[in-house]
Write a protein that binds this ligand. Structure first.
Ligand SMILES: Nc1ncnc2c1ncn2[C@@H]1O[C@H](COP(=O)(O)OP(=O)(O)OP(=O)(O)O)[C@@H](O)[C@H]1O
Ligand SMILES: [Mg+2]
Length: 308
């Protein structure tokens, strides 16, 4: 039985107050197992980054719980747990240029998280090791971020996370800003590091074709609500929620003729009688969760029976 490293239970994040209050994340629940790559996919503004930021404690949670390795880490926690979370959970970002301090040398950027922990010589050794781990040369330590290509800068961002010896990494669109030719290299690096160190990933993306390649399980988020969660292949073969189906229908097909003739599905949330028959989050078959009301559940169950 797989063991969860991270559990998110009924988590909500609300920005602003009273009349200007905006619910960016609305009552989401999911577990991430040790050693897996868990994908979070959804359109721009759906709340993906906010979930990542809530987990690393940068954004305050409004309700619900985040449990990491058995301990609750949202809300107020003591200093030693805070320090643990700060090193054990690392985040890497979409735009390596924007997330790296342009005026600092690579050596400082990579060692910032351990700066006060080790003397200079030890830091230098650790930076050199972290750079080697991501395929960069030791002499890069004395250069500035603008001297590197996009792929190299993303490697610097990964080295900066690795030096903290995390067990959980949140990768927020880590390859979206990179040239197509570089993307596979960075994905392979992430996957090798995972195998070598038993890392657990939360991989955030809006690109389902990349997710299919690297994720064990995928959660689909729409306007702050997770609408479906399943094993990757299950989700691709038997998508139930209309929003998942709409997202999948937008993934290009390799064959140009089927691509030209395919129907794009559109998700229209207003056609679901949600006022009288309220939706809820439920497990419809082992490991397959969906956000649906009773009427929809009956329909989905029939679909699964016909097409197991
Ligand atoms: N600090 C904040 N204050 C107010 N609103 C915010 C804040 N951060 C995010 N939001 C809003 O919350 C919603 C979700 O934003 P979030 O950045 O999580 O989306 P996302 O799914 O990561 O989108 P993208 O794919 O564009 O990165 C958006 O409407 C955004 O404007
Ligand atoms: Mg985002």
């Amino acid at each position: 039985m797989a063991e969860p490293l991270l559990q998110v239970k009924n988590l909500s994040v609300v920005f602003g107050r009273r009349r200007s209050a905006f619910t960016a994340v609305n009552n989401v629940s999911f577990d991430i197992y040790r050693g897996e790559t868990f994908g979070l996919v959804g359109e721009s503004g759906s709340g993906k980054t906010t979930i990542g930021r809530a987990i690393i404690r940068v954004v305050p949670t409004s309700s619900g719980e985040v449990i990491f390795d058995g301990q609750k880490i949202n809300g107020s926690i003591d200093r030693s747990l805070d320090r643990q979370v700060t090193s054990r959970i690392q985040m890497i970002f979409q735009d390596p240029m924007a997330s790296l301090n342009e005026r600092a040398k690579v050596d400082y950027i990579v060692s910032e998280g351990i700066y006060r922990k080790y003397p200079k010589a030890e830091r230098e050794r650790l930076v050199e090791k972290a750079l080697a781990d991501v395929g960069l040369l030791p002499e890069f330590a004395s250069r500035f971020p603008h001297e590197f290509s996009g792929g190299q800068r993303q490697r610097i961002g990964i080295a900066r996370a690795l030096i903290m010896q995390p067990d959980f990494i949140i990768a927020d669109e880590p390859i979206s800003a990179l040239d197509v030719s570089i993307r596979a290299q960075v994905l392979n690096l992430l996957s090798d590091l995972q195998k070598q160190r038993g890392l657990t990933y939360l991989f955030i993306s809006h690109d389902l074709s990349v997710m299919r390649f690297i994720c064990d399980r995928i959660a689909v988020i729409h306007k702050g609500v997770i609408v479906e969660l399943a094993d990757t292949e299950k989700l691709f073969r038997h998508p139930l929620h209309p929003y998942t189906r709409a997202l999948l229908s937008a993934v290009p097909l390799p064959d140009p003729i089927s691509e030209r003739e395919k129907l794009l599905e559109v998700y229209d949330p207003s056609c679901h009688h949600y006022e009288t028959d309220k939706p809820f989050w439920t497990q419809i078959e082992p490991g397959h969760f969906v956000h649906a009301n009773n009427e929809e559940l009956t329909l989905y169950q029939k679909r699964l029976e016909m097409n197991p």
